[in-house]
Design a protein around this ligand. Structure first.
Ligand code: TYM
Length: 325
């Protein structure tokens, strides 16, 4: 039986944070070890240029994401690891897909509106096209499962819509990709307001943060003085993170909270320890990989070849059915 395909990606906007790790990378790792799936994991560099960027910084960020991937456990022997722009079929398929989606549908997406608010001076065609390129990323491998956080659901809905339209119009056989959810599909911001995000300073912990940095950041999470009552957003964040990093300890700390005996500093320092314990081996591996700069190049070259092999066939099939070949 043919293996089901998986595709996911992360933009190259900096080092990965706990939201990326828990919402996307953990799902990527789970599917990588499942022999029923063939996994494709990329750095979404072309999506990174839909908002303002610096070319030199982008070049560095692409490497940072690959390093984070490899140190978190993505394995080039098991997964195809590559950079989106190295496989030109993505952009060509995206252009073909753009013929079946309307401008109005794209303008109404909540993810588009949010970016317009963040960068009102940069509402480009590339930004409007974001979900179409994402659909091409997934469907150029005919991937069925997509490990991403809950914020990406509107984009997956567009991918399914495009698959249906292309199948109906041209008799193609694109699958309707589904999100592969993890327990950390929506990691809150350290401020308690909104989600953990690279674009909000003070909201995140990076995979490369030191023990001291983690401790400082967790200590800064706002807590209320009335222990025992309705939890404030900051306190909810602490408990959510505890559930993700030390689930076995949640009931003990919530009992203390309900009884009014919980000392936040104790909970915070315990949580920092639990987070660091999970990140420490990742950081160690990162140092080992960094020591051999050629390794990353080798991985990406191999990934490009493997990905192109699949993507070129799907693109040709699409072009044939559309009368272009
Ligand atoms: P990006 O870089 O914005 O986000 C990368 C991944 O991290 C997840 N994520 C979170 N999950 C839980 N809680 C959070 N606070 C949190 N913050 C971020 C996101 O859901 C995402 O999974 N558009 C994609 C990149 C992409 C892609 C693709 C993904 C381009 N093409 C094709 C899958 C398939 C994105 O948002 O990246």
């Amino acid at each position: 039986m043919d293996k089901k395909r998986v595709l996911s990606g992360i933009r190259a906007t900096g080092r990965l944070h706990l939201g990326n790790y828990l919402g996307a990378v953990k799902g990527m790792l789970e599917l990588q070890k499942n022999p029923e799936y063939e996994t494709f994991y990329m750095v979404a560099d072309l999506h990174s240029i839909t908002t303002p960027f610096d070319p030199e910084q982008l070049r560095r960020n692409i490497k940072e994401v690959v390093l984070d991937y490899l140190s978190a456990g993505l394995d080039p022997e098991k997964s195809t690891i590559f950079v989106q722009s190295h496989v030109r079929e993505h952009t060509e398929l995206a252009y073909l897909f753009s013929t079946v989606e309307t401008v109005a549908r794209m303008q109404h997406l909540p993810t588009f509106k949010e970016k317009v608010k963040q960068h009102p001076e940069n509402v480009t065609m590339a930004l409007l096209n974001y979900p179409i390129l994402m659909a091409a990323d997934i469907l150029v491998y005919k991937a069925e499962a997509v490990p991403v956080g809950i914020d990406q659901e509107p984009h997956l809905e567009i991918s399914r819509e495009i698959a249906r339209k292309m199948n109906e119009k041209y008799g193609l056989d694109f699958p309707e990709p589904q999100r592969f959810a993890t327990k950390g599909e929506s990691v809150p911001s350290l401020s308690g307001e909104g989600k953990m995000s690279k674009s909000v300073e003070g909201s995140y912990i990076n995979l490369t943060d030191t023990q001291d940095e983690i401790k400082k950041k967790i200590r800064a999470v706002p807590t209320s003085s009335n222990v025992g009552g309705e939890m404030s957003p900051g306190v909810k964040t602490l408990f959510k993170l505890l559930e993700l990093f030390a689930p076995e300890d949640v009931s003990k700390y919530s009992t203390d909270y309900k009884n009014g005996t919980l000392k936040f500093v104790v909970l915070k320092d315990y949580l920092s320890e639990a987070i660091f314990k999970e990140l420490q081996p990742i950081q160690k591996k990162r140092q080992e990989i960094q020591a051999d700069p050629e390794y990353v190049e080798k991985v990406l070259k191999m990934g490009q070849a493997k990905a192109t092999n699949v993507a070129s066939k799907v693109l040709s099939q699409t072009k044939k059915e559309m009368g272009l070949l």
